[in-house]
Design a protein around this ligand. Structure first.
Ligand code: PMP
Length: 297
């Protein structure tokens, strides 16, 4: 797995570009104690952030769900990303956008804490090189489940929701797996710790309904690309005992992009034509080389 974590020399912090070594936060930050933080992960290809405005808007929407307002518009965040790409002189970059409650009051209530926003530039290569990608990754089954939307703000990309993801991913990695597949609170197949999941059987693509986990922008892009290709998609409830019947499986996310799966626990899959087509279409789309058939912006 290729995952370099070089950092861009500059970050954008509360409206200004500053050297990343000079951007610090207080130990009294509310987000550190209470998880009052939302974030985005997004990639720039050849200097252009894929679905930049949708990511900016999702950050704003996630904050709203956590009961705070991001003090910048989506257009201002988009412009900041463009400026940061130029300043760091890195056209292929992974952005981490963050919005969080500051350090004024350190209690559960933080009505008047300042809201901070930052954009971090990371020189992350692809998670997987091309050869490894088509071999497929192995997934463990996570013990934790995606929570009931009545018990957590499951539509937000909120830092607090990732506690169970990190624990699950660590456990999987220690057993030699790349990641873990999580069920939802009702025992249905949901998603991985940082990516959505798709299955293929008899030329039809199946994916769980995103009603208690993140409806990823890559997931939405894949759905658009499948439509353009005329490949049938069923968004539906998928129970774990059905995994045995699927032929192909792949996971999707802005960081991971599209990655085939070869194993989930005791079930095997063979990365095949539909996975390959989706990878190629996504590469064309993100690199601005999509043909009329594959453009799904
Ligand atoms: N689910 C989770 C839990 C994630 O962290 C991510 C990555 N943001 C996704 C799904 C995929 O979302 P996207 O395609 O928007 O990156």
């Amino acid at each position: 797995m290729v995952q370099s974590s070089g950092r861009g020399d500059y970050v954008w912090f509360d409206g200004k570009i500053v050297p990343q070594t000079e951007a610090n936060v207080s130990l009294f930050t509310h987000a550190l104690s209470y998880g009052s933080s939302v974030f985005e992960g997004e990639r720039a290809y050849n200097g252009i952030v894929f679905k930049s405005t949708q990511h900016s808007q999702r950050l704003i929407d996630s904050a709203k769900i956590l009961d705070f307002d991001v003090p910048f518009t989506a257009a201002e965040l988009d412009a900041a990303k463009t400026a940061l790409i130029a300043k760091n002189k890195t056209p292929d970059i992974y952005f981490r956008a963050l919005a969080w409650r500051g350090d004024e009051a350190l209690g559960v209530s933080a009505q008047n804490n300042k809201i901070h926003v930052a954009l971090l530039a990371l020189k992350w290569g692809n998670y997987f090189d091309a050869a490894q990608r088509m071999k497929g990754i192995k997934l463990d089954m996570a013990e934790y489940r995606r929570p009931d939307p009545m018990t957590a703000p499951s539509r937000a990309k909120a830092a607090g929701l990732y506690m169970i993801c990190t624990i699950s991913k660590h456990k999987a990695e220690r057993k030699g797996y790349a990641d873990a597949l999580m069920l939802d609170w009702q025992g249905r197949v949901a998603e991985c710790t940082g990516a959505n999941v798709f299955f293929i059987k008899n030329g039809v693509v199946h994916t769980p309904i995103a009603d208690c986990f993140l409806d990823g922008l890559t997931r939405q892009t894949v759905i658009e690309m499948l439509k353009k290709r005329g490949i049938k998609l069923e968004e539906r409830r998928i129970m774990p005992d059905e995994l045995e019947s699927f032929e192909e499986c792949f996971v999707t996310g802005s960081a991971a992009e599209i990655v085939p799966v070869s194993e989930i626990g005791s079930y095997n899959f063979v990365p095949g034509a539909i996975s390959k087509t989706m990878i190629d279409d996504y590469t064309a789309l993100t690199h601005g080389t999509a043909t009329a058939q594959t453009s799904a912006a």
